[in-house]
Design a protein around this ligand. Structure first.
Ligand SMILES: [Zn+2]
Length: 91
């Protein structure tokens, strides 16, 4: 589903950048507990909630976005931080 609508909830947005050159392609935000990707293109704001393929205007790298992606990234980051590290020296 793709819709065009006014922007709000800007404070909770997270930038969504090109994996190759780092250019910001859009922003991810939450509304009604659903993650949306907001892309500004040619003066229009396009909001995507079902997944998108975006081509970077700078380097033509394509990046795919899914609503669950951000949640997954957060979980991975959390699990990295909370991982229990133990080094057992050889006896
Ligand atoms: Zn790029």
């Amino acid at each position: 589903m793709t819709e065009i609508q006014p922007v709000y909830n800007v404070s909770t947005e997270k930038p969504w950048c090109c994996p190759r050159c780092g250019k910001q392609l859009g922003a991810v935000y939450r509304r009604n507990d659903i993650r949306h990707l907001r892309i500004e293109h040619a003066g229009l704001v396009v909001v995507v909630s079902m997944g998108a393929e975006v081509t970077c205007p700078s380097c033509s790298q394509m990046r795919t976005w899914h609503p669950g992606q951000e949640a997954m990234d957060e979980l991975i980051e959390k699990s990295k931080r909370n991982i229990f590290k133990l080094t057992i020296s050889p006896t």
